[in-house]
Design a protein around this ligand. Structure first.
Ligand code: G6P
Length: 607
């Protein structure tokens, strides 16, 4: 989704803006632009395509001691083009705006502004904001923006500059992320922290409805009533290098290698002397007392983590769990009883559908627990209890380490809920807790087999279609394995419950079709083996994923990826890493842009 940066300070502004935008490239974009206040007015340069094009356009510009804003656009209203790229300006060209989100009532506003004499040059919803600010402008930019905001329906993070106010940026947010960076003699805004880290580690998260005025020496934040507001400062404790590739060819492979550490960072601070303690998250006896049902809501990879949660919570705690994608939940008039527990899962904590679904559930009286990676994000601020995964920044669009840590969190929550509900057999708690503590080291072992997976991918990457099959937890994992492959390699793939194949999908299996059969669950092995035989009989090439020492699979499959042995219930955590590596190497072999797959965005802040 769109990325915003803004800078007010003494440096040459354009390189700061370009540097910041490059740190936001991972969000996905199709055009880019900047607006900088200079002596003669506003310099606005923008272009369809990547940042390199913009870089060439601004080679002749050098303006220090002023303010500027920059933007990477992910098209929603209007195709990627010069006209539709941000920043957008008013007719006089003295006010420039960058925006992330969607102004839902823009057509109505556009008609009205036209009747007031405004001339529009783009198809975007954003352009109305520039004209509205112009309409309300009476010499005070903050006042003009503040008068504009109540007229906007929808979501926005905004950055505004004007040639009449050199050195000033006005920023505002509602339902789209925006962070303020507090530097020394310079202040910044950005959609995400990595864009600020070169200049400061001290940030403020704006709340919905906030407006801020930034100059090089001051940050003034106002709430939606116009009162001066104090917002908690947050010191970023992760290193800038964590948001850089550090010698790896792509962020994705770097982040897969970070999984053992990320998982340990999720688990270890909450594990003492053989006991899991998650009370600091707010998920405690009071929150889970008397719960009869749990709803899990999420999108994308986080939804798949939720599916694992269903199997594991139901297995261990014997409490029914319903899992739903957020975009369905929010529009389905869901039945939520007051006091019911709703578990939200989101890496970014900003996904628009997930946030809206959470608010819907909260409004119906649910208690909200959230598993979130990004500290201070909207979901984390609004939930009743927050389990931070501490995975560190995840830059690649395809989620990897964040997923592994979401699973660690879910297993810890499942074990704790089962313990509190008194549903664990004697000895089970200790076995599960110690099993979890050993997982980061087992992932290290899995990573040692990456050459095997790379070799397999080099033989398979020209396939047009791949099927992932499994039963129980293996089926749930298949869904994530399939999504990963689709996202980054653009190879069509489907995940199927192995027992369901014969009800339709098996018609697609022909000689040479690649079927990845995940078979880690001992009690379902015979059943999955029968399904493997069914596809083999129709000519499929089978790649099996199973625990080491599984002779049955070795004899049945054409190729096998082995996992180090652990308790069956933990298999989805161990098996996902080879599947991520598989998708990665397939995409690399195909020459795809692994970290920035086409049409996708890391943080989906629009519906
Ligand atoms: C986007 C990303 C996915 C992610 C999903 C949910 O679609 O491309 O990788 O799983 O959003 O994001 P969240 O931040 O809520 O986990």
């Amino acid at each position: 989704m769109c990325g915003i940066v803004g800078y007010a300070g003494g440096r040459d502004v354009i390189p700061v803006l370009l540097g910041g935008l490059s740190k936001l490239e991972y969000r996905g974009y199709d055009s880019a632009g900047v607006a900088v206040v200079c002596e003669g007015g506003l310099i606005v340069r923008k272009t369809k395509g990547r940042l390199d094009g913009l870089r060439r356009l601004v080679e002749d510009c050098s303006v220090a001691d002023t303010a500027g804003i920059g933007h990477t656009r992910w098209a929603t209203h209007g195709e990627p083009s010069f006209e539709n790229s941000h920043p957008h300006t008013n007719c006089a060209g003295d006010i420039a705006v960058v925006h992330n989100g969607i102004i839902e009532n823009y057509l109505k506003l556009k008609d009205w502004l036209r009747s007031e004499g405004a001339v529009f040059v783009s198809d975007t919803d954003t352009e109305v904001v520039a004209h509205l600010i112009n309409y309300h402008y009476r010499g005070d930019l903050l006042e003009a923006v503040s008068k504009t905001l109540p007229r906007l329906e929808g979501s926005y993070a905004l950055g505004v500059v004007s040639s009449k106010h050199p050195g000033l940026i006005i920023a505002a947010r509602k339902d789209s992320p925006l962070v303020i960076g507090a530097g020394s003699g310079e202040n910044l805004i950005a959609s995400d922290i990595p864009a600020l880290l070169e200049y400061t580690r001290d940030v403020y998260f704006l709340r919905d409805g906030d407006v801020a005025a930034l100059t090089r020496d001051e940050i003034a934040i106002y709430d939606s009533y116009g009162a001066r507001a104090r917002r908690e400062a947050y010191h970023v404790d992760w290193d800038v290098s964590q948001a850089e590739r550090g010698g790896f060819e792509h962020f994705m492979i770097k982040e897969i290698h970070e999984e053992p550490k990320a998982m340990a960072d999720t688990f270890s601070p909450r594990y003492r002397d053989g006991h899991i303690d998650i009370s600091e998250t707010g998920i405690d006896e009071r929150l889970v007392a008397n719960i009869k049902k749990i709803n899990i809501i999420a999108c994308g990879t986080a939804y798949h983590a939720g599916m694992v949660g269903k199997y594991v919570i139901e297995e261990l705690a014997r409490i029914p769990v319903e899992v739903e994608v957020a975009s369905e939940f929010r529009y389905r008039r869901p039945i939520i009883e007051p006091g019911q527990l709703v578990l939200i899962i989101s890496q970014s904590g900003e996904t628009a559908d997930t946030l809206a679904a959470m608010r819907e559930a909260k409004q119906k009286g649910a208690k909200i627990a959230a598993i979130v990676n990004v500290v201070g994000s909207s979901i984390s601020r609004e939930a009743d209890a927050v389990f931070y995964t501490h995975a560190g920044p995840e830059i690649a669009v395809a989620s990897t380490k964040a997923y592994n840590t979401q699973l660690m969190a879910i297993y810890m929550i499942a074990v704790e809920i089962a313990r509190m509900a008194g549903r664990l057999e004697p000895g089970a708690y200790e076995r599960l807790a110690s099993g979890l503590s050993g997982l980061p080291d087992l992932i290290k072992k899995v990573l040692e087999t990456k050459n095997v997976i790379q070799r397999l991918a080099s033989g398979y990457f020209s396939k047009n279609s791949v099927f992932f099959i499994g039963r129980g937890l293996d089926y749930v994992l298949s869904m994530e394995a399939s999504l990963k492959l689709k996202e980054i390699s653009y190879i069509h793939s489907e995940a199927y419950a192995a027992g369901e194949l014969k009800h339709g999908t098996i018609a697609l299996i022909e000689k040479g079709t690649l079927v990845v059969a995940i078979a880690t669950q001992e009690r379902l092995l015979e059943k999955t083996a029968s399904n493997i035989k069914e596809v083999k009989a129709r000519g499929a090439h089978v790649l099996a994923v199973c625990f080491e020492g599984n002779k049955m699979l070795e004899n049945l499959a054409d190729e096998v990826i082995y996992l180090p042995k652990t308790d069956d219930i933990f298999a989805p955590i161990l098996a996902v890493t080879p599947m991520q590596l598989f998708a990665y190497y397939m995409a690399v072999e195909k020459g795809c842009d692994v970290d920035k797959p086409r049409n996708l965005a890391k943080s989906v802040t629009v519906e």
